[in-house]
Design a protein around this ligand. Structure first.
Ligand code: ZN
Length: 465
C-alpha cells in the first residue's frame, strides 16, 4: 500500500507538472521505441553536481516561470536518492561519485576505493571489460571527483589529481572532455608531458570548441581550460572559446556511438554545485539549464534508437537551496556575471590584509546593482580572514560576495556561517532526484540509496561488480 501511494505521488508530481505546464517542444516521448527491449546497449549517465530539488526549482522558475517545466522533468520514470557517505551523513563529491560509479559507500575525500583503501571497479570499468567504449565529460576538471570516480582509484581526491590523469590514460578511456589542463602539464607530472603520452596512444588532443567540432572519431582528449571551465554567466565577458556542455555531450555521444560496439558515458554538469557553493542563484539557473539542454540532446538521441538508457541524477545537494517566496527574481536576473568574476575585480591591500572598501562597494554596485554599507564591507573582510586555511580558501571572496547578494535578494539558501562550519563547504543530506528514459528505465522508480543506481545499471547489462 505504502509503495503504491509513493509511486502514485511521484508520478503525480512528474506528470502533474508536465500536464499543467509543458511547453510542447520541451517534452520527451513516454515510451522507448521497442518496449520489449529491456537490456540497453548503451548507457548515458548524467550527473548534475549539487543538483537537488531546490536547484531544479530555481532553474525551472527563472527559465520558464511558475507553470513551466524542465526537460528532465518530462522523463517517464523518476525517483529520489539518499546520498550519505560511509563516514558522514553529508557526502562530498568524491564519496558521492564513488557511490554513483561503483555502488560502494566510501569516506569523504576518497575516490574509487572502499574506506580501507581497496580499489573497486566502476560501472565504466565493467563496460570497458565488455569491449565497449567509454567516456567522461565534465565542466569541472576532468580529474575532479565526479569524472575520477568512474575512471580512477585514489585515496585522496586533492593530492591524487595528477595520478588520476595518468590512470585515465592507462584505463584507455576513449573520450575525456572538460577542464583541468593544469594537471596534465609537465610541472604537475614530474616533468612528464602527459598530453604527448595521450597523443602517442592515439588520442586527438583539442583545446577549443572549433577543434572539438573538427574531431572525426577515435579517442579524444579535450582540455578546454587550465582549471574549471568558465561559468556560462562569464563566458561572454571572458571571451571564452570553450564548448558548452551540450556541445561536448553531442561530440562525445557521436564519437562513442561510432563503430557500433555500445558505450558508456558519464556527462556532468559540474558547475551547478560550484554556483551553489557561491550562493550564486543566477549561476545555478544558467548551469542547470545548460545541463538540462544536454539531457534533452541525450534523450532525443536515445529516443531515435531505442537501445540507450539515460539516467539523470546528482551526487548530493549543495547549500540547502530552495525557491523561497520573497526571492527577488527580477533583480537577480539583472546580474550578468558570477561572484567569482566580481571577486576578480576587487583590489587587495597588502598593508591592511583586506580588500579595499572602495573596490568592494563598487563591485557590488556595478555588477549586482546593490549599495552595500561600510559594516557589510568590514564583515565581508572579517569573514574572509576568519576562513583562511579552510577548504577552497581561494574561493572564499566569491562565496562571501554571493552570500551578501543572497541576503539582499531574500534567497532561500544556507548562510555563510553554516557553510563555514560545514566540512563539505555547504553540502546537505537532502535527497536528490533521479530521472530515467529508455530500456530498463522503470528500474529507477522509487526512493532508494544512491549505490543502487550503478548496481541496477550493472544488473540490466548482466555485469557483476
Ligand atoms: Zn560541492
Amino acid at each position: 500500500m505504502r509503495k503504491i501511494v509513493k509511486r502514485f505521488f511521484i508520478s503525480l508530481l512528474i506528470t502533474g507538472i508536465t500536464v499543467l505546464a509543458g511547453s510542447p517542444a520541451n517534452t520527451a516521448k513516454a515510451a522507448p521505441r521497442n518496449p520489449q527491449l529491456q537490456k540497453p546497449k548503451n548507457i548515458i549517465y548524467m550527473i548534475g553536481d549539487g543538483m537537488g530539488i531546490g536547484q531544479l526549482e530555481i532553474g525551472r522558475l527563472f527559465e520558464y516561470g511558475k507553470e513551466g517545466t524542465l526537460f528532465m522533468q518530462t522523463l517517464p520514470h523518476a525517483g529520489l536518492a539518499r546520498t550519505y557517505s560511509a563516514n558522514n551523513f553529508v557526502t562530498d563529491s568524491a564519496a558521492g561519485a564513488t557511490a554513483l560509479a561503483t555502488g560502494r559507500k566510501t569516506n569523504n575525500g576518497m575516490i574509487g576505493v572502499t574506506p580501507d583503501g581497496k580499489e573497486v571497479p566502476s560501472i565504466l570499468d565493467l563496460f570497458k571489460k565488455d569491449g565497449k567504449k567509454t567516456g567522461v565529460i565534465s565542466t569541472s576538471l576532468v580529474t575532479d571527483a565526479t569524472p575520477a570516480g568512474f575512471t580512477a582509484s585514489v585515496t585522496n581526491r586533492w593530492s591524487g589529481q595528477p595520478e588520476i590523469a595518468r590512470q585515465q590514460l592507462k584505463n584507455q578511456v576513449d573520450v575525456i572532455l572538460g577542464g583541468g589542463g593544469d594537471f596534465f602539464e609537465p610541472k604537475n607530472q614530474n616533468g612528464l608531458d602527459l598530453v604527448n603520452q595521450y597523443r602517442k596512444n592515439g588520442y586527438s588532443y583539442v583545446t577549443d570548441r572549433n577543434q572539438l567540432a573538427s574531431v572525426k572519431g577515435g579517442k579524444v582528449l579535450g582540455l578546454f581550460n587550465s582549471s574549471y571551465m568558465t561559468y556560462m554567466q562569464d563566458r561572454e565577458e571572458a571571451g571564452s572559446k570553450e564548448p558548452t556542455l551540450n556541445e561536448m555531450a553531442q561530440k562525445g555521444i557521436e564519437t562513442l556511438s561510432a563503430g557500433n560496439k555500445g558505450f558508456f558515458v558519464m556527462i556532468e554538469g559540474a558547475r551547478i554545485d560550484h554556483a551553489a557553493h557561491s550562493s550564486d542563484i543566477p549561476g545555478i539557473w544558467r548551469e542547470l539549464i545548460e545541463f538540462d539542454e544536454a539531457v534533452k540532446y541525450a534523450v532525443n538521441w536515445a529516443e531515435k534508437r531505442g537501445d540507450t538508457l539515460v539516467v539523470v541524477t546528482a551526487d548530493h545537494e549543495t547549500m540547502g537551496v530552495s525557491a523561497a517566496e520573497p526571492i527577488n527574481i527580477e533583480a537577480y536576473k539583472r546580474i550578468k556575471v558570477s561572484p567569482e568574476f566580481m571577486a576578480s575585480k576587487l583590489i587587495f591591500d597588502p598593508n591592511t590584509g583586506e580588500f579595499t572598501a572602495e573596490s568592494v562597494k563598487s563591485a557590488f554596485y556595478h555588477y549586482a546593482g546593490l549599495m552595500i554599507t561600510d559594516k557589510e564591507v568590514s564583515d565581508f573582510n572579517l569573514r574572509i580572514k576568519a576562513n583562511k586555511g579552510q577548504m577552497y580558501a581561494s574561493k572564499h571572496a566569491a562565496w562571501e560576495i554571493g552570500s551578501i547578494i543572497a541576503q539582499h535578494m531574500n534567497a532561500g539558501i544556507n548562510s555563510s556561517r553554516i557553510r563555514a562550519l560545514s566540512s563539505t563547504g555547504g553540502h546537505t543530506a537532502n535527497m536528490v532526484p533521479i530521472f530515467a528514459f529508455g530500456p530498463g528505465s522503470e528500474r529507477f522508480d522509487g526512493v532508494f540509496n544512491n549505490i543502487e543506481i550503478p548496481k541496477r545499471m550493472g544488473q540490466l547489462l548482466g555485469y557483476q561488480f
